[in-house]
Write a protein that binds this ligand. Sequence first.
Ligand code: NAD
Length: 527
Amino acid sequence: MIGMRVWYNVMRLNAKARIVRVEASKVGKHMEQTNPTFEVTNPATCEIIARLPIHSTDEVRAAVQRARAAQPAWEALGSEGRARIMRKLRRVAVAHKEQMIATIVAESGKPRIEALTEILYLADVLTYYCANVKKFLADENVAVHLVKTKRALVTYHPFGVVGVISPWNFPLLLSASDTVAALMAGNAVVLKPSEVTPLTALLLRAMAKRAGVPEDVFQVVTGLGDTGAALVDEANLIAFTGSVPTGKKVAERAARTLTPVLLELGGKDPMIVLQDADLDRAVAGALYGGMMNAGQVCISVERVYVEAPIYDQFVQRLVDGVGKLRVGADPDGRDNIDMGPLTFARQLQIVEQQVADARAKGATVMTGGHRREGVGLFYEPTILTDVTDDMLLMQEETFGPLLPVIKVADADEAIRRANDSRFGLSSSIWSRDKKRAEQLARRIEAGSTVINDVIINYIVPEVPFGGIKESGIGYRHGGRDSLRRFTRPQSILIDRLNLKSEVTWFPYTPRVSRLLKTVMNLLYKRK
Ligand code: NAD
């Protein structure tokens, strides 16, 4: 959808000044002169770095129509043919990692190393899909237990056009992971990235084109919520990653056309620290899990439950650890900061509102608790104690650098309180007794639980990832479902015996009735 001029500008200016400037007048030939535009801002400098078109309903429909026309030839390449192109995409992405890092950093403000890990993940997941696509999408012969006169197989077909709608917190990873999986499965993709961080998606699209993905097979439409809503109306399947309220809107809208949706939504992940935990590792894990990407991770640690005997020590070490975090921007690319700004102003307001609410209700701010003076959307990493369950920061997703630490009497109380939430994305348990931790993990109501680590579960492509309760619905990615969720299964049953008729066909007679009853008694009566 967006012409190569965007790619050109992004690449050239990244190389020159590590900043992306895309003016509306320079956006490619597909953009109508009349398009309204939106601005993309660098959250570390508050500079406007790009102005992009808001694509209309008609433009989204046209993009989906082009994608639908291009999809059969892409599917016809077969899994091996598509994997060849996707391997090339991996090479292109790795070769252009500096431009990609600069773009991600410019529009999200995150530390360069966190941008680099997004590219690493893309390269790894492409490797995993390329190695397994043939196996995951192969026809399956199925053994039939009763109707032995038929051979059964299941075949997997792409949906056609998959609409991917993505958030801003991992501009590459969360646009790319569904996009590449849907493409691998033989679909065309129309991606609607977040309006906060759309430049990385445009770069991804340009890289895919360079790797050989046909122009209409993978398109990007830019805009606000209405552009996403238009995509919901047109695509054959929607893969949505974002907040719970928007996820509900997407599900409601998709219900009008009975379009299937995959929803990856928000979280309020608990971390449970038992008294026999390795304290050094648990403290370092809480810091990383709570403050990585300034806490803007769907599987951030958002609530820490610590057993009473180690509570005071844990809090003290956590506060000491926060004191060592280097918060700021890294304009010279020295890789020497740990935490960047919040990515956009609304997110900063949510954090400020939750801290004000917690203070008003009696929480103690052990460290942080305020916005950093000066330019940029920086908020101090914050540890809170004396928190109660009625506070906003215990009820709502924060998506910011806040860690409430709660004292609990024992593991039972920790699990009860961890489960007392409408979210159920991920979770972690910390203990030297891994057997006990594993048993306790089974009692946590979440899509995943990590023992003695955090966040890592997203990047292990062999295991399912996805939420329960309000954290998501639909097939998860992970293992063969990563690709199969972008296909519709079709069962094919083939008659083996070539008889002139079947016992259960017309005409119905007393003899048929006796036969069926005998079979039923033989098979089911005594068991
Ligand atoms: P958001 O819901 O505000 O927006 C997500 C996307 O939806 C954006 O592209 C937006 O433009 C689009 N959109 C907005 N209104 C729409 C509508 N009516 N119809 C269709 N599309 C619409 O979310 P966000 O603020 O961009 O992202 C943060 C949220 O994403 C957090 O809640 C976070 O937990 C969640 N998230 C979940 C996962 C996961 O895997 N479960 C991963 C990352 C982020």
